[in-house]
Write a protein that binds this ligand. Structure first.
Ligand SMILES: CC(C)(COP(=O)(O)OP(=O)(O)OC[C@H]1O[C@@H](n2cnc3c(N)ncnc32)[C@H](O)[C@@H]1OP(=O)(O)O)[C@@H](O)C(=O)NCCC(=O)NCCS
Length: 205
């Protein structure tokens, strides 16, 4: 009986995993047909909406939580190991509004590319505006509206989002920024990197 129970729990556990993550993987595979690029192990939880998907590129190991919106008109580039909280909106375009007497609807759009670097965590309900660059390792607090670039390893919060603190010391941040340039970066936290490149982990102590 105990064995049966165990088997039942294992089945529920694995089935639960596939029921929860499966559709998000399938959605990512679908968007890999439309996006400029989609890396490995990308999860897109639904509902997900986007415009100009041909201008959106997504790296490896990226998660879009439920209800994200991405406007790719002027380009959106997302790096590796990025987590995007639920209800986040990323836009790369603005409506023209400078001409007098012309309805804004009829004015030309303008905008520029949004760049989200590796290892960024974007909290729920954030809005990322056109042209913004979010540095590696930065955190965007829940509900923030990001209007300007955010430095690497900085936590930014509010509307407009302002830096509230750095995650680590400047010297550690420099080591971490160097890691990305290493061809070993993609092996990060694997036994291979731990054994052969201990320098990789200096900043982790
Ligand atoms: C930013 C965050 C990670 C907190 O980081 P933290 O290092 O623990 O920061 P603290 O909680 O110590 O807060 C530091 C300051 O920032 C403020 N702050 C924290 N989150 C904030 C937010 N979302 N908006 C505005 N201010 C915020 C705090 O009030 C505090 O202000 P104070 O110094 O005046 O008291 C967290 O608040 C957050 O927004 N997480 C996102 C959670 C989320 O969206 N999860 C679901 C998606 S995965």
């Amino acid at each position: 009986m105990n064995k049966l129970k165990k088997l039942f729990y294992v089945l529920v556990k694995y089935a639960g995993f596939y029921v929860y993550f499966g559709p998000a993987r399938i959605r990512a595979l679908f968007y890999s047909l439309l996006f400029k690029k989609v890396g490995k192990k990308v999860f897109i939880f639904g509902p997900f909406r986007c415009g100009a998907p041909e201008n959106i590129s997504v790296g490896n190991e990226v998660v879009f939580s439920n209800n994200c919106v991405v406007g790719g008109d002027y380009g959106v580039s997302i790096g590796n190991f990025v987590m995007i909280g639920q209800n986040t909106t990323i836009v790369s375009s603005n409506h023209g509004h400078q001409l007098k007497g012309v309805p804004m609807l009829r004015q030309e759009m303008y905008g520029s590319k949004v760049l989200i670097n590796d290892d960024v965590w974007i909290g729920a309900n954030a809005v990322i505006l056109p042209g913004v660059k979010i540095g590696q390792g930065a955190i965007i607090a829940a509900g923030s509206v990001v209007t300007k670039d955010i430095e690497p390893y900085t936590i930014a919060a509010g509307n407009p989002a302002k830096p509230i603190k750095k995650r680590f010391s400047d010297s550690d941040i420099n080591i971490l920024l160097d890691r990305v340039k290493s061809p070993l970066y993609r092996y990060y936290k694997t036994d291979y990197a731990k054994k052969f490149v201990p320098r990789f982990y200096e900043a982790d102590k």
